[in-house]
Design a binder for this molecule. Structure first.
Ligand SMILES: Nc1ncnc2c1ncn2[C@@H]1O[C@H](COP(=O)(O)OP(=O)(O)OP(=O)(O)O)[C@@H](O)[C@H]1O
Length: 585
């Protein structure tokens, strides 16, 4: 937690002003009982109205100045803690943006969202409390004891007895509740995870009629959270009656002994009242310390979860992006992409997703990749823009190892269309400009034309400025696919990778789109598809099986040589063969 305080540095001046203001408020608060004692003992008891007014006026001034300091503290501690939260969120978002798919897979989206929101809020609260209370509370407890000693050293002995009793009692309650608070935090996390999964997967839940199951899961999580909260709240609720009990016992003792001493003339009535005030101040300050410990315990869990994100070693280290000259020199290369003895696993040793892959994609050619599901097609192409790094071997783009490029430079060379369509809330133009911020409308329409989407978009009432709702839900699957393809084409990439991105298109649109792609001068294209018709005109086709390239060649040669290719082809051209096979079985 202390490590994270360095992100409060930008606003530290506000934090110091806040803490000092709160300390000043405490100083003024500490003098009030003394003035009250004088007001009673000299003013009221001796009928000195002028003195009463004088002391009353002093008390009013002290309270007003104390209030002003409290307001200053409130203002500056808010600036400091909000600034701290913003800084933490920015730093985390920046870090998460450097994550490769490996780290994103490991963490998962739900927990990353909770960490950037809930955990940062908790840290923000901890800093605000730290500024407001960490100096004030000990100052008030110690100050109260000193003031009590000043009034009556003998009666102050009561403080010496009450202080340890009170501390032990608070310590005991905290000893029981702190582990429970940690449990609540874990349950809260599980709850956030379930809610996040349910929200993002709501359509799938409905499609699979799993509403009941998911409701039960949420209910279970919610009940567990509520049970943990009830226990911890009941126990912490003990704090108020037990501390009040100790305080009242203290008041009784002070009143009793104070009365005897007042009778003997050793003490004045006002001083007894002041002593009671100081005792209350001291004990209340201790309760504040106890609450601070609880807040810091909760924040400790949040801090370690934030640190986990910040300390993550990113699997992909980025080169600087100043390699433009070498990149353009590489364009003279004959191959746009080359895989040399590439093997890859997702972190599970011994389970290779790709095994000794060798192939190259000549500049300006079309390469089709097919193979059964799970054979490693997506894993293979994800190594080109370095979403993951190879475990063995090397991947070259225009004769340069991909690791030698800056990530931005490398990814600007590639137009990658993922298997899953991802569109963002905004307009069509805004979505397309993800490819190139400065793209003109003409450029956007040119990309839409290749993606076979321009006439559809032109006919929309707002054309290219039509709204896209979250995840592009207001478009059909095929329209979403074509929009994501257009987005990848806007920057006129030299390499185009379509990862099963034609699957939702009808055969004619699929054909027209591929023909239009070929018109892009010198673009090297990789098309992943289970549909033979989408790749059969490719210059070369790779057939994958079990993470390896089983065979490669043209459509004609593969039909002769590759059993896997023949099977895939047959299943699509002669569905009856499958039906017959099923019937035989
Ligand atoms: N993020 C991941 N973490 C761990 N294993 C993964 C991950 N992604 C894929 N795999 C595994 O790697 C293997 C290859 O998967 P890949 O997605 O590359 O296959 P594919 O041929 O593209 O399949 P499909 O045609 O179904 O998209 C599979 O066994 C899969 O379980």
């Amino acid at each position: 937690m202390i490590r994270l305080l360095k992100y409060a540095k930008k606003n530290q001046i506000y934090a110091y002003i806040g803490a000092i203001s709160k300390l000043m408020e405490a100083v003024f608060e500490l003098f009030l009982p003394i003035f009250l004692a004088r007001l009673i003992d000299r003013g009221i008891n001796q009928g000195d109205t002028r003195y009463v007014l004088q002391m009353g006026g002093m008390m009013l001034v002290l309270s007003t100045v104390g209030f002003a300091f409290a307001m200053i503290c409130q203002y500056f501690s808010s600036i400091a803690s909000q600034g701290y939260g913003t800084e933490l969120r920015n730093i985390m978002t920046k870090k998460i943006n450097t994550f490769s798919h490996k780290e994103l897979d490991e963490f998962g989206t739900a927990t990353l969202i909770t960490r950037v929101t809930n955990d940062v809020n908790q840290m923000q609260l901890a800093l605000a409390m730290l500024i407001r209370l960490v100096i004030r509370a000990p100052f008030l407890s110690i100050g109260s004891i000193i003031m009590a000693l000043y009034i009556s050293p003998r009666l102050s002995l009561i403080f010496a007895v009450l202080l340890p009793v009170f501390t032990v009692m608070l310590g005991f309650i905290m000893w029981i509740t702190i582990p429970l608070y940690k449990k609540v935090q874990v349950r809260l996390d599980a709850m956030a995870q379930t809610v996040s999964e349910n929200m993002s997967g709501v359509r799938v839940i409905r499609a699979f009629a799993r509403k009941g199951h998911e409701l039960n899961r949420s209910k279970e999580n919610s009940e567990q959270l509520s049970r943990a909260n009830i226990i911890v709240n009941n126990l912490s609720a003990l704090m108020t009656p037990s501390t009040t009990l100790v305080m009242n016992i203290g008041i009784m003792i002070i009143l009793y002994i104070g009365a005897v001493q007042t009778n003997n003339g050793d003490l004045f009535q006002g001083e007894v009242l002041a002593l009671i005030n100081y005792m209350n101040q001291m004990l209340l300050a201790l309760i504040v310390v106890a609450n601070l410990v609880v807040i810091f315990t909760k924040s400790q869990a949040s801090a370690s979860r934030i640190n986990e994100v910040l300390d993550t070693t990113v699997a992909i280290n980025n080169q600087s992006d100043s390699k433009q000259i070498e990149v353009s020199a590489g364009f003279q290369a004959k191959s746009a992409i080359r895989f040399n003895h590439v093997s890859f696993d997702y972190g599970k040793k011994g389970v290779k997703a790709l095994d000794t892959i060798n192939f190259s994609v000549p500049v300006g050619s079309v390469t089709g990749i097919t193979g059964p599901t799970g054979s490693g097609k997506s894993s293979l192409v994800q190594l080109i823009p370095r979403f993951y790094d190879v475990t063995e071997g090397e991947v070259l783009v225009f004769n340069q190892q991909v690791t030698k490029y800056g990530l931005k430079t490398l990814r600007n060379l590639i137009g990658y269309v993922p298997q899953k369509n991802v569109l963002f809330r905004g307009t069509i133009a805004e979505n397309l400009r993800w490819g190139k911020e400065s793209a003109t409308e003409e450029e956007l329409y040119a990309a839409l034309r290749i993606a076979q989407m321009d006439s559809f978009v032109r006919e929309l009432p707002s054309g290219i400025h039509s709204a896209v709702s979250e995840n592009g839900k207001n478009f059909s699957g095929g329209q979403q696919q074509r929009l994501t393809i257009a987005r990848a084409l806007v920057s006129k990439p030299k390499i185009i990778i379509l990862d099963d991105s034609l699957s939702a298109l009808d055969y004619e649109t699929d054909y027209k789109l591929r023909r239009a792609l070929k018109e892009i001068k010198n673009a090297s294209i990789i098309i992943l598809s289970q549909r033979i018709s989408s790749i059969q005109t490719a210059d070369q086709i790779l057939v994958m099986n079990n993470g390896a390239i089983e065979s490669s060649g043209t459509h004609g040669s593969l039909l002769q040589q590759s059993e896997t290719y023949q099977k895939i082809y047959q299943s699509q051209t002669d569905p009856e063969s499958i039906i017959l096979k099923e019937e035989k079985e």
